[in-house]
Ligand binder design. Structure first.
Ligand SMILES: Nc1ncnc2c1ncn2[C@@H]1O[C@H](COP(=O)(O)OP(=O)(O)OP(=O)(O)O)[C@@H](O)[C@H]1O
Ligand SMILES: [Mg+2]
Length: 246
């Protein structure tokens, strides 16, 4: 299948990295082999969230500079044999160009069922690089106007880059808070405002945050919220309802 999916958002902190990891673990539960690429140059975090910080010697920029082979920049999780990580460079000086990153992904994607790319927030050069190799995109938004506006900007940028398979993930949803804030009448209004088809509605769940910050995502696949199993199945084309109705 070799699907390459970029996970993006206009506004920072919407939950891109969290979605990348939880989705990867859900895909692995369904028998897939997944390469996660952290493309948030200078601000990488997936290595911490996966408890792989100590394992990494090389990152994506080492692979393209010839400091190591492409394969040597890909690390297998100690906790999950079907989960692999390529880290982003530590500093922004080593940011990759879109064409170079595209070549890198093209060279390695054949060994995996899915390549999931975590991107920096916004529509700057780092985002353009992250999205360059993608066949499809997930836009992660929270149900708030600033986040939604960012989502629309990202969508427009993705479309301008020729990526048309774009789906929406509404993350950290809490119906009580949503009603209290009153920004939108209902969820349909949020979806309409983003002009993007919804593929997952993820609840605000403090356990998701705790698991990520403890670097334990790879440890217990069953600890991942079941909405991500649903997201993984829907990405694979299954016509199943959203699990969480909020
Ligand atoms: N569904 C959720 N429920 C509760 N907390 C969440 C949820 N999703 C993410 N979080 C928390 O929200 C914070 C931001 O998440 P995350 O780092 O994944 O966002 P991001 O979009 O990758 O941020 P950045 O733009 O800085 O890269 C983290 O503390 C994370 O644990
Ligand atoms: Mg992030």
């Amino acid at each position: 299948m070799n699907d390459v999916i970029v996970v993006a958002s206009g506004k920072g902190g919407t939950g891109k990295s969290t979605v990348c990891i939880c989705l990867s673990v859900a895909l692995i539960k369904q028998g897939k082999k997944v390469l996660l690429i952290d493309c948030d140059c200078g601000m990488r975090g997936l290595d911490i969230m996966l408890d792989m910080e100590q394992d990494l010697l090389f990152d994506a920029s080492d692979a393209v500079c010839g400091n190591c082979t492409f394969q040597e920049a890909i690390y297998q999780s100690r906790n999950n044999q079907n989960l692999y990580l390529m880290a982003a460079p530590f500093d922004t000086e080593n940011e990759l160009s879109p064409s170079v990153f595209k070549q890198l992904v093209r060279a390695v994607k054949g060994s995996f069922d899915f390549v999931i790319i975590d991107s920096p927030a916004g529509i700057g050069s780092g985002f353009v690089t992250a999205a360059a190799p993608a066949d499809s995109a997930l836009i992660v938004t929270n149900a708030e106007p600033t986040s939604v506006r960012g989502g629309v900007k990202v969508r427009q940028k993705l479309e301008a880059m020729g990526i048309e398979n774009i789906r929406l993930v509404i993350n950290r949803f809490d119906r009580k808070v949503f009603r209290k804030l009153g920004f939108y009448r209902d969820l349909d209004e949020v979806i309409d405002a983003t002009q993007t088809r919804l593929i997952a509605l993820v609840p605000f769940d403090i356990r998701i945050s705790v698991i990520m910050q403890r670097g334990a995502a790879g440890l217990d696949p069953d600890a991942i919220n079941p909405v991500f199993d649903c997201l993984a199945l829907r990405l694979e084309g299954e016509r199943i309802p959203l699990l969480f109705k909020g």
